[in-house]
Design a protein around this ligand. Structure first.
Ligand code: MG
Length: 401
């Protein structure tokens, strides 16, 4: 056994007590970054790994989970499998993570923690995107509802089964807290009995805004690729006007097929640049001396400039109107909503047809939550397959999509 291994076996709460440096040196991290040395640790104590740090270890546990692999078969906007180039929930997650790391590095935050939160942020997504989530939320209206953020935490805390003697991935407290997106100001939000500060860590805030940046830009790209929108339709959007100016200045020609993808690239670059510049100025002004200070401000620090907040809202509304509520997307949404509803009711009435892991948990979870765990975990393809297999009579035909 190595010396590091021997030293680590007595550590109970956090497996890294600061004896070893962060992957990037301590001097590199800003005072307001989270340090793994002061982590609240894991729910189940485990010895330090002999060469891996806690947050990279969390990242690896997420990447090697079943829920992470299933993201490949889940819809982002366009139904999974309907086009070779469209984003899936997995490629969305990878883009979010890349953007988050870029921002975290520039702000001298803990990149490893940011990366782990970004990789896990959508684990709880249902098949068929937000429509699937909406249907399950209705199905669970009297049982606490369904929210993909809460489900992400549920997956990493309970549903994954791999490690001896415990359920879930046993991630660091800071990664788990970073998955709790909605904090009500009226009442305290708790994790393992610890009251969360009013704001998430800056690392979690970065993962959050990277999520927005990723979907603003790749949904424009996919919307154009799918023929729902085009450069002409986008020209009234302020951010698109700015991005296309940059694209033209860089030599992109409007009559070239590269123009739209390159303008999307300029848009992303501009948004990321705006966040970094704005937050750098904010941090210089506020100068939080610790991560805890940064979490106790009345508002989030990781934001766009006020001007870009308005512009980004304009782009978001454009996407809702022209992409998410496009008749072709709405039509598919109507059909997949029926699939989700049929599947939920089918397993509610015949829970023995669910997988063994879900059935074993039913006495603890209750029937409705257990069925939601099972159905929400499905990929689009698996949901459609089971629907064809079991729900032929329920909807009068086996192929609804
Ligand atoms: Mg997301």
């Amino acid at each position: 056994m190595t010396e590091a291994k021997l030293q680590s076996t007595s550590c109970r709460v956090s497996e890294d007590t600061g004896a070893r440096p962060e992957p990037v040196s301590e001097e590199f991290l800003a005072s307001y970054a989270v340090r793994s040395a002061v982590s609240r640790g894991r729910r189940a104590a485990m010895p330090a790994h002999y060469f891996r740090q806690p947050f990279p270890r969390d990242r690896d546990r997420i990447i090697h989970s079943r829920a992470f692999r299933r993201l490949d078969g889940k819809t982002q906007v366009f139904l999974n499998g309907t086009g070779d180039h469209f984003r899936t929930r997995l490629t969305h997650t990878i883009e979010v993570t890349a953007i988050a790391r870029t921002i975290a590095r520039q702000l001298r935050l803990n990149e490893d923690l940011t990366e782990a939160i970004a990789l896990a942020h959508d684990l709880g997504h249902t098949p068929f995107g937000h429509m699937g989530e909406r249907v399950l939320d209705e199905c669970l209206a009297e049982y606490g509802g369904f929210d993909h953020n809460a489900q992400s935490l549920r997956i990493v805390d309970h549903l994954e089964k791999k490690y001896p003697g415990l359920d879930g991935l046993n991630l660091s407290w800071e990664v788990r807290a970073g998955l709790i997106k909605h904090r009500e100001q009226q009442r305290p939000c708790l994790l393992d009995g610890v009251i969360l500060p009013p704001q998430p860590t800056l690392e979690a805030q970065v993962a959050d805004i990277a999520d927005d940046l990723a979907y603003y830009t790749h949904d424009v790209d996919d919307g154009c690729d799918g023929g729902l929108i085009n450069d002409k339709a986008l020209r009234d959007v302020t951010l698109w006007q700015m991005a296309r100016k940059q694209a033209a200045a860089d030599g992109a020609r409007e009559d070239d097929q590269r123009f739209v993808p390159y303008t999307v690239r300029c848009l992303l670059d501009m948004l990321v640049g705006n966040v970094i510049a704005n937050v750098t100025a904010e941090l210089a002004k506020l100068s939080p001396s610790t991560s805890f200070d940064a979490q106790n401000y009345a508002r989030r620090i990781i934001t766009f400039t006020p001007e870009f907040q308005i512009h980004s809202q304009e782009l978001r509304l454009f996407l809702f109107e022209h992409v998410y509520r496009h008749p072709s997307v709405m039509e598919v949404n109507g059909r997949v909503a029926q699939v989700m509803s049929n599947l939920f009711n089918h397993f509610l009435h015949d829970p023995d047809l669910m997988g063994p892991g879900t059935r074993e948990r039913l006495s603890a979870t209750g029937l409705h939550r257990g069925v939601a765990d099972y159905v929400s975990g499905m990929t689009d393809g698996f949901a459609l397959k089971l629907h064809g297999q079991y729900c032929h009579d329920a909807c009068g035909r086996s192929e609804v999509v």
